[in-house]
Design a protein. Structure first.
Length: 344
């Protein structure tokens, strides 16, 4: 009768105990967001599905939109050129495009309102609406130029009159001021937009040097400082050897929004290979148990069983050998996957 090989229970038992111990170890919190308020408070909230940003392309004035910029629609009063000077609307757009791009906005012509209102994804985008009121009591040709800011969804609800009653800019002009009016109006719009519709975002991380990316395409290594349009921003941080982190940041108010994000060290039990390790470890333990059972059964068979039941005698031995092979193969795969856990 072949001698039963010495069982190496220490190996699978040690592996199994190690995997179980680390698998149940509590993992520390993935991150810690600390807010340093300045002129406004900062909160973390879910990102709106309608928070639209421009794709790499060409803005209305022919210049490419910056990566991560948000579309801002420009809708001049149809009588703007009539009540001011010919080409006033185009001149104002040229004056606005560069400073607004620095604030994270990509200026686009609104075109027909219907085309905007029928597009649900632009509901949260801002639209810049101009209106000219003639001053009949003053010098002929004088007037007041109103610039209102509202969201597309507010325009769809018929709130334009309310927005015009609380304009972003209200500028009185005389006939002799037409040449400088686009430049002055452009500066006032930019200044007021900067103070009311733009936030300063500062993101730090521990450790520093983590790559931070936004859903709109911005990226940089921490610490980063960005001037951002108001809205909800989705960011992700990655650094080799550390677990990735995702956060949704609410920039609902102008001012400084500062965040300090804590990354968690990547441990071997965070690896995607930990599950194959555990599975192979379980299989090896079960296979060693079955191998032990069949060897014990085989050794219990006597000479009479060997003579009267040779097939049972041989099959029991072969089954024990098969489970032994499975056990050692699974054990080898478990150790291999465990080693990969420390690399990936």
């Amino acid at each position: 009768m072949p001698e039963r090989k010495t069982m190496r229970w220490a190996l699978p038992t040690a592996l199994w105990s190690t995997c179980i111990a680390f698998a149940v170890t509590p993992v520390s919190a993935a991150s810690l967001a600390a807010d340093y308020p300045a002129s406004s408070s900062t909160t973390v909230a879910a990102m709106s599905a309608t928070d639209q940003v421009s794709k790499p392309g060409t803005a209305a004035a022919g210049k490419p939109c910056k990566t991560g910029s948000r579309i801002l629609f420009f809708s001049p009063d149809p009588l703007l050129d009539v009540r001011t000077t010919a080409g006033f609307a185009d001149s104002l757009m040229r004056q606005l495009q560069a400073p607004l791009a620095e604030l994270g906005y990509c200026l686009e012509e609104a075109g027909h309102y219907r085309a905007i209102l029928d597009t649900a994804r632009f509901a949260e985008n801002l639209i810049l609406q101009t209106q000219v009121n003639e001053d009949t009591a003053d010098t002929e040709g004088s007037g007041t130029l109103l610039v209102a800011m509202l969201r597309v969804r507010e325009l769809a609800r018929g709130n334009l009159a309310e927005a015009v009653s609380h304009p972003l800019v209200s500028l009185h002009f005389e006939p002799g001021e037409m040449s400088s009016l686009p430049n002055i109006l452009g500066k006032k719009i930019s200044e007021n937009l900067r103070s009311q519709y733009v936030a300063d975002l500062l993101i730090r991380s521990h450790p520093t040097g983590a790559m931070v990316r936004t859903a709109s395409g911005l990226d940089g290594a921490t610490p980063v400082e960005w001037v951002m349009p108001l809205g909800v921003l989705q960011v992700s941080l990655e650094k080799k050897g550390w677990l990735p982190l995702k956060r949704e940041i609410d920039l609902s108010a102008p001012g400084l929004h500062a965040y300090e994000l804590q990354l968690s060290k990547r441990r071997f039990y965070n690896s995607k290979f930990i599950y194959p390790t555990l599975a192979a470890g379980v299989i090896s333990v079960i296979a060693f148990g079955l191998e032990n059972h069949y060897y014990s059964t085989y050794q219990a068979l006597g000479a009479q069983d060997r003579t009267l039941r040779p097939e049972t005698f041989g099959n029991t031995y072969q089954t024990a050998k098969t489970y032994e092979g499975v056990a050692y193969t699974a054990l080898g795969l478990a150790w291999l996957n465990l080693a990969l856990c420390f690399t990936f």
